[in-house]
Write a protein that binds this ligand. Sequence first.
Ligand SMILES: Nc1ncnc2c1ncn2[C@@H]1O[C@H](COP(=O)(O)OP(=O)(O)OP(=O)(O)O)[C@@H](O)[C@H]1O
Ligand SMILES: Nc1ccn([C@@H]2O[C@H](COP(=O)(O)O)[C@@H](O)[C@H]2O)c(=O)n1
Length: 658
Amino acid sequence: MTSPDFLDLPPLIGAGGTVRLPGSKSISNRVLLLAALSSGSTQVTGLLDSDDTRVMLAALHALGVKVEQQGAATLVHGCGGRFPAREAKLFMGNAGTAIRPLTAALALLGGSYALAGVPRMHERPIGDLVDALRSIGCDIGYGGQPGFPPLNIGVGTLRIDAPIRVRGDVSSQFLSALLLALPLAAAARDIVIEVAGTLISRPYVEMTCKLLARFGVHIEHQGWQRFIIPAGSRFVSPGRIAVEGDASSASYFLAAGVLGTLHGQGQAVRVEGVDANSIQGDVQFARVLEQLGARVEWGEGFIATHGLREGRQRLAGGTIDCVAIPDAAMTLAITALFAEAPTTLTGIGSWRVKETDRIAAMAAELTKLGAQVEAGSDWLRVHPLPAEHWRSAAIATYDDHRMAMCFSLASFGPADIRILEPGCVSKTFPSYFQAFAAVARPVPVIAIDGPTASGKGTVAAHLAQALGFHYLDSGVMYRATALLAQRQGIALDDEAALAALARHLPIRCEGGTVWLGPENASDAIRTEAVGQAASTLSALPAVRRALLDLQRSLRRAPGLVADGRDMGTVVFPDARLKVFLTADAQARAERRHKQLISKGISTTLTQVLHELEQRDARDTQRSVAALKPAQDALPLNTSALDVDQTVHQVLQWWRQRS
Ligand SMILES: Nc1ncnc2c1ncn2[C@@H]1O[C@H](COP(=O)(O)OP(=O)(O)OP(=O)(O)O)[C@@H](O)[C@H]1O
Ligand SMILES: Nc1ccn([C@@H]2O[C@H](COP(=O)(O)O)[C@@H](O)[C@H]2O)c(=O)n1
C-alpha cells in the first residue's frame, strides 16, 4: 500500500471527543516475546497492529512459534523456552523493541541467526547490549559497523558466574532486553545484573518487571541499579493477558484537550485504554500537564483533559525533567509553543538514538515554524511562539512516527501545517490521522459557490460580518492575476508564465480594498474585460494550483466565509456548510446591469446577458475545477429573493450546523 507524500492539516480552533487508544507498542512486543518463550498458550487481547508488532510477529513466525488470530484476540502457543527454529534470517525493520530482546534471547539460546533492519536501525547503537551478552560467553558478531546492527548470532558457551554489567544511561532497553531473556538461563542459579551509570527511562524497566511477573518471573531489585533473577525462574503463560492502550500516543490527544480550548471553543478530550494504574511511565505526561496548569480528569480506564484550570490563560513554562517520559516528552516540545514562558526539557539524551536524532529533528522543524529553540546534548528549550511570528511550514518527519504525530498539534497555531511522509505513523499508530481528525475541530468554513452575479460575494460579505468571520472573495485572486497579466503583456494561454505570476501574487485584501503591492486595485480588477480574462485563465490547471495555498492560507480563527466557483469542491472540501447559489440568467443579468450602471459604466442588458452566458459556459465546461455544486452543497435559487432573505436563509442553515 502506498501512502501520500504529504498531508495538509486544516488549522484548528478546538478539539473534543473520545479516542480509544491502540495497544501499547512496548507492552505488545514484550508480551509477544514472553508468550512465545513460555510454556503454555497465551491469549492476548488489545495487541497493537502496527509495523513494529508485525516485525516481532514475523520474527516469531520465522523462529517456529505458532500464532493464531481468534477474533479480536491473538493466541500465542509458547515454545517452553526454546525456539523450534535453530537458524533464521530476521528482518527487524526499525523496531528497537523487537531487535533488542530478541538479540538477547537468541544469543542465550544459541543457533545460527542473522538480524538486520532498515538503514536507520543500522545507525542505532546496540554495542552495550552485545558487550553484556559477550561477557557471559554469547557468540555475537557484527555484520557491519561494530556496535550497530546487523548482527550474526552463533552458539556460545555460557559462563554466568559473576554479575552481568550493562550500561543504563544510553537506552533502558538494553537492561530490559537482558531481564526479558536471562530467565532462560536461570534454571540452576541466581543471575545478577548491575547497571553501570544512571538508569534512564526507569518506568520502562518497571514495566518489564511487571510483565515478567505476569509470566511467572519475579525480579528482585536494589535501588533499580542491581537486579536479581532468582534461580529456578522460568516463563509460564498467564493464560490471558490484556495489552493497555499506548500511553505515549495518549499524549497527543491529552494535549489537544488543552490546546483546543485556547480559542475558547474546545471541549474535553478523553483517551480510553489507560488510567492512573497503567504500567506505562508515559501516563505521567498527564501529571506534567496538570503541573503546567491543565485540568485533568483521572477515571477508571480513561484520562481526560478539560482545557486549563480556572484563571489560567496559557500553559506554564519552566524546566521539566523528562527522564521518566522520554516519548511523551516530545509532545511537550509542541505544547511549549503555546505556553506563557520558555519550556526546557531535560533528561532527553536518549532522543539522540531513537528513530532519528529527535533533538536535532525537533529543533529543525520547530525553527521552520518560526520558533526560537536552543538545544544541548540532552536538553531542549522552546520559547513561546507569538501568533504574529508563526510561519506556515512543511514538516519533515525523518521516518519517525512521533515527529509526525507531535507536529499535528502545531495545527492549533495560526499557520498552515503540512506533514511530509505522514505514513511513518504506521510504526505504532496506523490510523493516527483519522483518530486525530475525529477529535479535531477545524476552523469552520462556509463555502458559497455559484455562477457569476448569483449574489455570492454580496451574501458572503454579509455572512462574514454577521458571524465575525474572515472573508475570502476568491474571484479577486483570478482577477488580480488577469490584471497583472494584461499589464505585463502575458498571453492568456501562456500557462507557465501565468502560473508563475499567480504563485507570487503581491495581493492583500483589507476589508473591501484589494491591494496589489502598494496600489489600491479594487476598481481596476472589477472591469468586465478583467473578469473575462480571469474567466479564461482560471481554466488553466497550473494557475489554479498556484492559487490554492494562498486561498487556504486565509482560513483562520474564528472562521472563514469563502465565495467562488470551487470553494466547496476543491479548496475547502471539508467546509462545514456549502451553499450553491443560483439565479436564472435573466435575473443575474439584470442585477449585474444595475451594478454596472450604478458605477457609471455604460452597457446594455443584452450585452451583459451575452457576456454572462459566455462566462457561464466557460466556467461550467472547463476541464479542471468546473463550476458545479459539491455533492453535499445546499442549493439556493435567489431569482425571487432579495439579499436579506438570502442571507437569512444561509444563516439559518449555519445555525443548524454549528
Ligand atoms: N438575492 C440576492 N442575493 C444576493 N445578491 C443579490 C440578490 N438579489 C440581488 N442581488 C444583487 O446582485 C448583485 C450581484 O451580486 P454579487 O456581485 O455578489 O454576485 P457574485 O455572484 O459575487 O458575482 P461574481 O461572481 O461575478 O463576482 C449585487 O448587486 C447584489 O446586491
Ligand atoms: N473560485 C473561483 C473564483 C473565480 N473563478 C474565475 O474567476 C472569474 C472571476 O471571478 P468573479 O467571481 O470575481 O467574477 C470567474 O468567472 C471564474 O472563471 C474561478 O474559476 N474560481
